[in-house]
Design a protein around this ligand. Sequence first.
Ligand code: G6P
Length: 612
Amino acid sequence: MCGIVAYVGPRTASPIIIKGLKRLEYRGYDSAGIALIEDSNLTIYKKKGKVADLEAELGSHQSTSSIGIGHTRWATHGEPNDVNAHPHFSESSDLAIIHNGIIENYASIKTDLTNKGYEFRSDTDSEVFIYFIEDIKKRNNCSLEEAVRLALHKVVGAYAIVIMSRDDPDTLIAARKGSPLVVGIGKNEYFLASDATPIIEYTNEVVYMNDQEMAIISPQNLTIKTTQDVETTPYIQTLDLELDAIEKGGYDHFMLKEIFEQPRSVGDCMRGRLNAATGHLLLGGIREYANKLENAERIIIVACGTSWHAGLVAEYFFEEFCRIPVEVEYASEFRYRNPVIREGDVVIAISQSGETADTLAAIELAKSKGAIIFGVCNVVGSSIARSSHEGAYTHAGPEIGVASTKAFTAQLTVLFMIGLRVAHQKGSIPESVFREILVEMEQIPAKIERALQLNQQIQYIADLFKDARNFLYLGRGYNFPVALEGALKLKEISYIHAEGYPAAEMKHGPIALIDEEMPVVFIATNDNSYEKVVSNIQEVRARKGRVIAIVTEGDTLIPKMAEFVIEVPATHAALMPMVAVIPLQLLSYHIAVMRGCNVDQPRNLAKSVTVE
Ligand code: G6P
């Protein structure tokens, strides 16, 4: 959601913070702000809009402050405007806070403070938080650190916060619960950020803060304590992240770069884990609990958004090859419906960011009932990765475009590897099929590469349909989740209403929508439901719907009935989602660009949804 960047050290803080905010802008982008120490006072600059608007606001103003906190916001409490932007002052303006998360009991705290005579400037829960801290500090006549700690014991909700004080201009106080915070360790300097992307150009030594921890940071010293005031030894990790992985590398948008990275990211995901020639298939992160997976009576998959779609594909795969029943749950529903979870149940949590609040809460719930959690995450060191018992990283590299692309194909790669390994260990897959799929898996990067060559043809189709008001996406079997994902991609970035359906369900409702203006995208590759999908295409044609069909190369039947045919390379039916999704990603990308939409930062969305 929101992005946090802070700095303390010998350098001038504001350029580091502004650059860092730009790198984090994918997390939230409705307003941005920065607090600095200037002439012994706390000064805040903040602006509705992008970080570039904040930069313009700062103009030629040169600050020499060597400490600062910055924030890019995704509004929860209060509309996006200059006043609600972070940082927020305390009542006296002696303290400033940046906050990612939601303080759930802010209303009652606000009422108490209002009754004491406090007047608030903004509508945010974050401002209430810093007023509250200041009030505690005054009433208890204690240090800021102590006041923060006392306040943390009273607030309910999720937060990552960083606080600066006019009276202690060399110190940052940070805390986290539920929202990520990373400390970067330089030479006599420290960086704080919501993820490592703003930090890696300065240092690759980082500490991921844990929930219920506070950090007290000055240029010479980093102290980490629990909120119970017990000092802990920071666990310093060395990051393996290249700067060019978070830059556009000549592409117009991160999303396009990430779509085109997929042959490599899928390959990276399999590297060292799968070898078709030798039959080797092993995920290093799943060892101790591997037998729990193999012996599971059922598997519950929890996820949100695109990751949930990856989970649906996995359901088909696991049930077909492992013969284990699978339930795929929206994490947000699962966590609140008192689900039946038995001791030893297996839960697979899928998340690109590893920070999605609902998925994290679903994990905690399942864990509390004795389930074993396997995390499938992209971001190394993320909260979900750390709260899982075991798991496997997708190794897709940083995904900056808000609409998920390469993370999806990497998630499928990991899930297929998990499924194949389990099936093989259980003996529920014939050796020949196991070997055949391994060979096909190895060829997926090359097949994605070929699918990417369809770019121009898809651009042409995009131009014809860019003004459509609705889209329908239909597929069956493994291609049903692909239809959902295609529709999600389109609505996320082009704001065209799109729905995905199992093709056969069309006649139970969506068929009423079909007329000569309705584009219907069929994922109609060659599998065991092919003929049934062909019938569904006929049904759409009979109602004058405009059919765009994704078919297997060499298909001679569908070209006779569809208006547009996009041919993708053949692969095993179970692996087809990894190839068939490519033209759908490209189609939504081009339509969005042609409609003048901001594809990397679509309105109202956020990359990492750290609030529920
Ligand atoms: C947000 C993003 C989606 C993503 C979903 C789940 O809505 O915009 O692209 O699929 O969150 O995120 P996760 O990081 O858990 O995969």
